[in-house]
Write a protein that binds this ligand. Structure first.
Ligand code: DP6
Length: 331
């Protein structure tokens, strides 16, 4: 029975994907750029029962080692993606899927990026096919999770490129060792899913303006990464992270992801900078804050964040090389 296991990491966007031309296939309205992480990852095993009919089986481990059948809301987009991948490969059969996140328990960081990247890559391996990275990225994107298109590659990744809207690596992980110190201030699932946020983005009167600024911002971020200029990159990261939330807060109806502790962490990061510690914050569609810094400041940043009122846990991650296949299967 063809079986394959892949562990794919999550990523943190320095320039955010927000708003889509096509939500089902995640064709973004604007460009984005991210750093692939190392520790926050999803491991997925796919077993392909070629030629067999019947329902796909999806098992998931939520914060425990025990796999259990996934609930409907979790299972549905996975099954839809499996059918799409079968169609793409011209194959027929049913799957057994098992998946588990490496995120520390209660992290509230669950992202579709690592999950759909791992699922896509595990299924391709189970099919015995090895399309190039751009095609892997396109297939991951077609899950509907745009950020998954970036998680099939390591290092620093820009998206989308070309007619197929694939991701492209801007620099490998060993070009520049950056750290992501994550201040968890909330562990509950987000109140408004990214999908609804993308849908609402163009109701903000500032959305078109944001899109007009992104090409230049992408260039500045890519140049800062190439030259390893941390402060120049940091300014882009912080500007764009706040701007995502300006769009959400000015959408109709508005979405407020921040919590009081989010603002307290942002303040702590500004204080760190005033004290001479270069660190820059960014938030995805949620209240948790990712603080990006260089390795020699990680300890100090982590210590400071853990003292902020309302911070439940501090997770340290770093830029990573991308998906791995040398991992234990789940089935
Ligand atoms: C704010 O549609 O990829 O993280 O992973 O479920 O959040 P989720 O979905 P996706 O949107 C990502 C939105 C973002 C910004 C980003 O990662 O670029």
């Amino acid at each position: 029975m063809p079986k394959a296991t892949v562990e794919a990491p999550s990523n943190i966007a320095f320039i955010k994907y927000w708003g889509a031309k096509d939500l089902d296939e995640a064709i973004p309205a604007g460009p984005s750029l991210s750093m692939t992480l190392q520790r926050c990852a999803s491991r997925t095993t796919a077993v392909f029962h070629e030629g067999e009919d019947g329902p796909d089986e999806v098992l998931v481990a939520h914060n425990t080692d025990d796999l259990a059948p996934a609930g409907d809301a979790f299972r549905r987009p996975i099954v839809r993606h499996l059918r799409r991948l079968c169609k793409w490969a011209g194959r027929h059969g049913r799957f057994q899927i098992a998946t588990r996140n490496s995120f520390p328990s209660s992290a509230g960081l669950a992202s579709s990026a690592s999950g759909f990247a791992a699922l896509t890559l595990a299924v391709l391996r189970a099919f015995g096919v090895a399309p190039d990275r751009a095609t892997q990225s396109v297939l991951a994107r077609q899950s509907g999770s745009g950020s998954a298109a970036r998680s099939v590659m390591g290092g620093y990744v820009a998206w989308p490129e070309g007619d197929r809207h694939a991701a492209r690596q801007v620099a490998p992980h060993d070009h520049w060792d950056l750290r992501d110190v994550i201040a968890l201030v909330e562990t509950a699932p987000k109140k408004v899913a990214s999908r609804d946020g993308h849908r609402r983005a163009n109701t903000s009167p500032f959305f078109e303006k944001r899109l007009s600024l992104l090409p230049e911002r992408m260039k500045r971020a890519a140049a800062a990464i190439e030259a390893r200029e941390f402060e120049a990159l940091g300014e882009v990261i912080e500007t764009d992270g706040v701007e995502l939330h300006l769009i959400t807060m000015s959408s109709v109806p508005p979405i407020f992801y921040w919590m009081p502790a989010t603002l307290a962490v942002l303040e702590a990061v500004r204080e760190l900078r005033a004290e001479g510690v270069p660190a820059y914050s960014t938030m995805d569609a949620g209240a948790n804050v990712h603080v990006i810094c260089e390795p020699h400041h990680e300890e100090q940043v982590a210590r400071r964040l853990s003292r902020v009122d309302g911070v439940l846990e501090v997770i340290r991650d770093r830029v990573g090389p991308g998906p791995r296949t040398d991992v234990e299967p789940l089935l």
